[in-house]
Design a protein around this ligand. Structure first.
Ligand code: C2O
Ligand code: CU
Ligand code: CU
Length: 572
């Protein structure tokens, strides 16, 4: 299929190349032509011409990023076929790229705020791909949405200035309907931004700053990756039965008795973790998706959904040589429909590591006693807290309605379609907007209501309370029918600038389950992905500055994303 597509595209280019020549002196026209160079792919998604390097962009950092197939040793015995990023630094500071030895993960890309970066993405896979810089505030053509996917052998050039504050971001593929599988096969990496505010804090760095990318995988008897085998595994998200950290199984970190900075990323396609130190030591949180908090926060546990990041201060200085501490995912409930959890745990018997069960993630071993350790700063950053009065729409939040009815997972009532904005998905550039993410249980009728009210939020709230009926027992008591069966947690991610969480509210029926996770959310920092539990409504405030165009928002349960639980905001 992609062969045919290429073929017709090439023919189109040849027949229009004469016209191209005569337009060459008019950049505006040329870029308009760039858009015309799309042929409708069979799935209805246009294919854009790959972006090229521009002569007047003076890069401080330049690198080539390859996607290719490879094999690595993950488990003892036979090595595993994977897909993998690798990179070559062409220009810039030597510490820009750090390999994680023996891992299928891409190298850590370290950038400085203010740097101008050019990245040549080179597709050596046998299928289309494109790379997205999850968390970075960049123009649409540099953001890697599915329409910019390149074919095997093609090259896509990204050029952007790093506007983000210090933060850990993710680079991962974003091709149409194939994001989850490519990430699952190994295509992912960390992109760390540093800035002066962070540097002034003197946080643990170098060997004392440890990336912790958590993923789950399922292997067959020959150590090969197993992926989605049926509709159920797609609907619920795909879950492996083995936890990998930085691409390895049974990970142990050897540390000295001092403070460390642990940079967590949930790189799983669907699995949600409830991070907790086994011995009850609280987790000291320095930052989240969009960088440092104002001051450290201490939590008994922290929820980490796919796409989310967490910056943790871990001080081992009181610990004796030879001691160990385990980071676990602690027990919680409510993330999956009850029926589905039963199927996964019992009847279908496919997963020995159910979501929400209690299991180890990695072990830390204190192997060296040292006397000196940095001190935890009391203040980390200055953050301006948005309030609804800063927004263009304090009374009329932009809806992000999650619908789970009739075996379809949708946002705002429609599956993903390129350039298909509904009125309320059009946003003025350089505005700050209030958004409300909520579960819609009424199918089309409800969506109609939503359009009318420009978010029938009042309606949703009312509905939740009407259904607040204790006799519903284990059925969560929401909506009824398929809606009820399917209600589950969704990590909702918005491309572009990070946002702040204004409020969370939960309907009472879900409260028992909710109590198992509710202390694990961090609301004070900048986020780009937020876990929305069943029955939960979350208000966020997000700036839409600098760049016009179609910016994705979607569920970061990547199986859901690929099923079409994705939409675009047209920033204009
Ligand atoms: Cu992490 Cu649109 O993705
Ligand atoms: Cu993203
Ligand atoms: Cu989802």
């Amino acid at each position: 299929m992609s062969h045919l597509k290429n073929h017709s595209r090439r023919r189109f280019l040849t027949s229009s190349s004469l016209g191209m020549l005569s337009l060459a002196g008019f950049p505006g026209l040329l870029s308009a032509m760039g858009n015309m160079h799309s042929t409708r792919a069979p799935e209805g998604l246009p294919k854009m011409a790959p972006n090229k390097a521009s002569a007047n962009f003076k890069a401080d950092v330049e690198l080539e990023l390859y996607c290719r197939s490879n094999s690595v040793a993950i488990l003892p015995g036979q090595s595993t076929l994977i897909q993998q990023y690798s990179a070559k630094l062409l220009k810039g500071p030597e510490n820009t790229l750090t390999e994680i030895p023996g891992s299928y993960l891409g190298p850590i890309i370290r950038l400085q705020k203010g740097q101008k970066v050019r990245i040549h993405l080179i597709n050596k896979l046998a299928e289309p791909t494109i790379t997205h810089w999850h968390g970075l505030h960049v123009p649409v053509v540099m953001d890697g949405p599915p329409v910019y996917a390149i074919d095997p052998g093609e090259r896509y050039v990204y050029e952007f200035e790093v506007l983000n504050r210090a933060s850990m971001n993710i680079y991962h593929p974003h091709p149409h309907e194939n994001t989850a599988r490519q990430v699952y096969n190994g295509l992912a990496g960390a992109l760390i931004v540093n800035d002066e505010e962070e540097a002034a804090l003197g946080l643990p760095s170098g060997e004392f700053e440890i990336p912790i990318v958590i993923q789950d995988r399922l292997f067959d008897d020959n150590n090969q990756l197993v992926y989605v085998r049926n509709m159920h595994e797609r609907m619920m998200g795909f879950y492996g039965d083995r936890i990998l950290v930085n691409g390895r199984s049974n990970v142990k970190f050897d540390v000295a008795s001092r403070a460390y900075r642990l940079r967590f990323m949930n790189g799983s396609t669907a699995r949600i973790y409830k991070l907790a130190w086994e011995d009850g030591t609280p987790i000291t949180v320095l930052g989240v998706d969009g960088g440092l908090l104002e001051s450290p926060e201490t939590k008994a546990y922290v929820m980490l959904a796919p796409g989310e990041r967490l910056d943790v201060w871990a001080d081992f200085s009181g610990r004796s040589e030879g001691s160990q501490i385990v980071m676990r995912s602690a027990a919680f409930s409510g993330a999956l429909p009850k029926m589905a959890s039963r199927m996964m745990g019992g009847m279908m018997n496919v997963n020995s590591l159910p979501v929400g069960s209690d299991y180890p993630i990695f072990t830390v071993r204190v192997t060296k006693k040292v006397s000196d350790s940095p001190k935890l700063p009391g203040q980390l950053s200055k953050i301006y807290r948005y309030s609804p009065s800063d927004t263009a729409n304090p009374q009329k939040p932009i809806p992000i309605a999650i619908s789970e009815a009739h075996m379809a997972l949708l946002l705002n009532g429609r599956p993903y379609a390129y350039n298909d904005p509904q009125d309320f998905e059009r946003i003025k550039v350089n505005s700050i907007q209030l958004l409300e993410i909520f579960h819609s249980h009424g199918g089309m009728g409800m969506m109609g209501g939503m359009g009318g009210r420009h978010g029938g939020m009042g309606m949703m709230g009312g509905m939740g309370h009407r259904n607040n009926n204790p006799e519903s027992g284990e059925s969560m008591g929401m909506g009824g029918g398929m809606g009820m069966m399917m209600t589950m947690a969704h990590p909702i991610h918005l491309h572009g600038q990070s946002f702040q969480i204004v409020s969370r509210s939960i309907i009472n029926n879900a409260a028992d389950d909710y109590a198992t996770v509710s202390e694990g959310f961090i609301e004070s920092g900048f986020k780009d992905t937020v876990l929305v539990m069943p029955g939960e409504t979350i208000r966020i405030i997000k700036p839409f500055q600098d760049y016009k165009g179609l910016f994705l928002y979607h569920c970061h349960n990547l199986e859901h994303e690929d099923m079409g639980m994705m939409r675009e905001f047209l920033v204009e």
